[in-house]
Design a protein around this ligand. Structure first.
Ligand SMILES: *Cc1c(COP(=O)(O)O)cnc(C)c1O
Length: 389
């Protein structure tokens, strides 16, 4: 019987060397040697599959890639230096001048900047559909639309988009369907099961899970990954073997970490909903979430983040952040340590109030990446900070 994906994430390993190591070795080398000129020529001509140079491939990086393919149910993958390198590499591989990409406004900030500021420089246009009205997306498809790019749940709004509906739309119009699965991880949802051709991750977040290294990956159909590989091997966004070693070890504990993150986030959401200092709370597995039914359909659990809006707007949001004693104020998420952020005064402060609202951000909104500390300690810190708002 084939192993379960989480077993493969633990047991997949580069072949044991003569040293008989148990934990996986780190191949910290920029290039690989050959026994003969013929051997080297064969490697360059792809007659054999020997590693040549770490910008192209590296065994430690490949181990991480293989584990992610097992977790996502993907045929192949390519690992990159960061999540943004994976996203940019994917866009650059498949899009060309005159193409159009369909996405939604509440995507990761740097992805939004790519679509709105840089892609237009190469004549690549975009449209944004509404996250809660996927039925209206068909009307946004143009003759030159090439790709649908989704993120669900979204950062930081925690909007949930119907992957099954978007997958069907992409298939009907013969469009490439790409999903940024960073917020759910393959433990909670597998976009390929809903028709995604490619799935992208920022490995910097829960895949590492301890806030140490940057990383990214794209997995999916073999023939598409081959194109991405050829683009990346020539342009250089490859993952460092050192980072790959950290990340491949992290995947051994991904399932248990995500389950505990979800336990804590669920318990915290329940405790906070209806709190006198909170206007609204958003958690995908709470019936009050606008896309609760869709979240239940495509995710196995509600995820590791909770969003809430403190009463009193921007000022109250800042007060809440300043009152926290344990939870960290830092520009990351997906760490074993709980992290709070206030998008309206930080990551999205340059947007107008109306633009902030259009991506699901209100002035008093707090995004909490719920960590692995004892849930009572996390809740106590949030509750005491709310008292001071
Ligand atoms: C952080 C993040 C990215 C970018 O990843 P980096 O590793 O920081 O480059 C992309 N998408 C989402 C949803 C993210 O949270």
């Amino acid at each position: 019987m084939p192993y379960h994906p989480i077993t493969k994430a633990i047991r997949t390993q580069t072949p044991t060397t003569d040293e008989m190591e148990h934990s996986t070795p780190l191949f910290l080398t920029s290039s690989f040697r050959f026994d003969s000129a013929e051997d080297m020529a064969d490697a360059f001509n792809e007659v054999n599959d020997h590693n040549i140079y770490t910008r192209f491939s590296n065994p430690t990086v490949q181990e991480f890639t293989n584990k992610m393919c097992a977790l996502e149910g993907a045929e192949d993958g390519f690992s990159c230096a960061s999540g943004m390198a994976a996203i940019f590499g994917t866009f650059m591989t498949f899009l060309q001048s005159g193409d159009h990409i369909l996405s939604c406004a509440s995507i990761f900030g740097s992805t939004h900047t790519l679509l709105t500021k840089y892609m237009p420089k190469w004549g690549i246009d975009y449209s944004y559909g509404s996250v809660n009205d996927v039925d209206s997306w068909e009307s946004l498809i143009k003759p030159n639309t090439k790709m649908i790019y989704l993120e669900t749940p979204t950062n930081p709004g925690l909007d949930v988009v119907d992957m099954e509906a978007v997958g069907k739309l992409a298939k009907k119009h013969n469009l490439m369907f790409v999903v940024d699965n960073c917020f759910a991880t393959p433990i909670l949802q597998r976009p390929i099961e809903f028709g995604a051709d490619l799935v992208i991750h920022s490995a910097t977040k829960w895949l590492d899970g301890q806030g140490r290294v940057l990383g990214g990956i794209v997995v999916g159909k073999k023939e598409l990954i081959r194109e991405i590989y050829l683009f990346c091997r020539n342009t250089g966004p490859s993952m460092s073997p050192f980072n790959a070693w950290v990340l491949t070890k992290s995947l051994e504990t991904l399932d248990v970490r995500i389950q505990r993150h979800c336990d804590n986030a669920e318990a915290l959401a329940k405790k906070l909903e209806g709190h006198a200092k909170i206007n609204t709370l958003k958690y995908p597995f709470m019936p009050s979430h606008p896309a609760y039914a869709i979240a239940k359909k495509q995710m196995s659990r509600g995820g590791c983040l909770v969003n809430f809006e403190v009463k009193g707007g921007l000022d109250a949001g800042r007060k809440f952040m300043n009152a926290l004693k344990m939870i960290t104020l830092t520009s990351n998420l997906g760490d074993s340590r709980s992290i709070a952020s206030h998008p309206a005064s930080t990551t999205h402060s340059k947007l107008s109030a109306a633009d902030q609202l259009s991506v699901g951000i209100t002035p008093g909104m707090i995004r909490l990446s719920v960590g692995l500390e004892h849930v009572d300690d996390i809740a106590a810190d949030v509750l005491q900070a709310l008292e001071q708002c």
